[in-house]
Design a protein. Sequence first.
Length: 193
Amino acid sequence: MTRTADPSRRSERSRVAILRAALELCREQGFGGVTIEKIAARAGVGKPTIYRWWPSKHAVILDAFMEHIAAELTFPETGDHLEDLRGWLHSIAGVLADPAVGPLIAGVVGAAQYDPALAKEFHERVYVPTRETTVARVRRIQDEGRMPDLSPDTLADLVTGPIWFRLLVAGDLPGRDYVDTVLAAVTSQAQNT
């Protein structure tokens, strides 16, 4: 009896191979060295297969990044809202400080400046969810009187902005100590008011 190939399994295998190839190539050659042709060759698929699912290499790399970090971003809920925010920021800094991931996400952010579709995708899939989580946690801490009486959006910028600045502008990988210092500076303002 001859078996018929299951197209959904084949396409899932191809999708996984494409995402794995994109990550491997980024690690080996840097974001700028990756092309759709190289991804297709590494994954063992044709370029039309990639373009069926993604409009550009940037979109492939963003998906590869999102799948890679999904398990690494943690959303602690311990009841201590300040420590929960600290844990959340540590997980963000940990992902960005990973030498295999930080340069990749920096490349995606850079490419998004010139690719409106990628910018929209990054905004919806990365920025909005992380922003909403951070703002919600800041509000809880403010309700406890442990953060200054400023706009929660401003406070979210104050606690996350330096982490992104370190990665994108300074080229430095933010660590846990840096996150703790930033958070201490912001929360100390609540004690002084």
